[in-house]
Design a protein around this ligand. Structure first.
Ligand SMILES: CC(C)(COP(=O)(O)OP(=O)(O)OC[C@H]1O[C@@H](n2cnc3c(N)ncnc32)[C@H](O)[C@@H]1OP(=O)(O)O)[C@@H](O)C(=O)NCCC(=O)NCCS
Length: 202
């Protein structure tokens, strides 16, 4: 039997648990697991994970991903090491999400993507958990907002909303219905302007 999205999210281990995700109420014991064992744990991506993350993403999206406008915000840039995460089931890398520093106008923001979960581990809440963990860590880091290009049916329940028409300018063609963002720490998003790769801070 499948379990609800919110409930499923509690079934993956976080290392370390961010304070904003901790629930003071005692957790009920997990239901019988349909997830292939061992259950994934979520950790920051390390340099040694890079090839396996690339392989997972390539398998999920194919080579056409490099032609996407989102790639214009990643090429030549470095993902945020503190916010890009992997999910490990034992020694197997079964999920990944990357986060990139961008500017919206002159102000810093984050750009999320790609996110991918191994097909054998999908629909058990792992993709949602990766996004929620990124949001929690980004909020703790004092970031203002996370922008992405993705499917609203997946990201909407995770708090992402369409960017109002005309507010930002992406660096290429994109379906405006797929340009979503989320303000962090309960803040209204005041950002506007062209989206560009953030210069590397030294
Ligand atoms: C998107 C992805 C990361 C989700 O991972 P996951 O572990 O299956 O995610 P969850 O289990 O937390 O959530 C699954 C829910 O999101 C829905 N969902 C997943 N991908 C979706 C998509 N692209 N569009 C709409 N809904 C989607 C599922 O139908 C499911 O809905 P349900 O809870 O009503 O059954 C995974 O499907 C994947 O790797 N897809 C290929 C890569 C990709 O398309 N990434 C970008 C998506 S915009």
């Amino acid at each position: 039997m499948r379990i609800g999205r919110a409930t499923r999210n509690a079934r993956f281990a976080l290392t370390p648990p961010p304070s904003c995700l901790t629930d003071p109420a005692p957790m009920p014991p997990p239901a019988a697991s349909p997830v292939p064992a061992p259950e994934p744990v979520i950790l920051p991506e390390r340099a040694g994970d890079r090839a396996r993350v690339d392989a997972l993403v390539s398998a999920a999206f194919g080579p056409g991903r490099y032609a996407k406008t989102a790639e214009r915000l990643r090429e030549g840039a470095r993902p945020r090491a503190d916010l890009s995460l992997v999910a490990l089931a034992g020694r197997e890398l079964v999920g990944a999400v990357r986060v990139w520093p961008v500017l919206i106008g002159a102000d810093p923001a984050l750009f999320l993507g790609p996110i991918a979960v191994d097909p054998a581990f999908r629909k058990h809440g792992l993709g949602s958990m990766l996004v929620q963990e990124v949001c929690a860590r980004a909020a703790s880091a004092g970031e203002a907002a996370i922008l992405l290009v993705g499917d609203r049916p997946f990201f909407g329940p995770l708090g992402f909303q369409p960017v109002p028409p005309g507010r930002i300018v992406m660096p290429g063609p994109v379906d405006p219905a797929r340009v979503l963002w989320k303000g962090l720490n309960g803040r209204e998003i005041a950002l506007a302007g062209p989206v560009s790769i953030a210069p590397v801070s030294r």
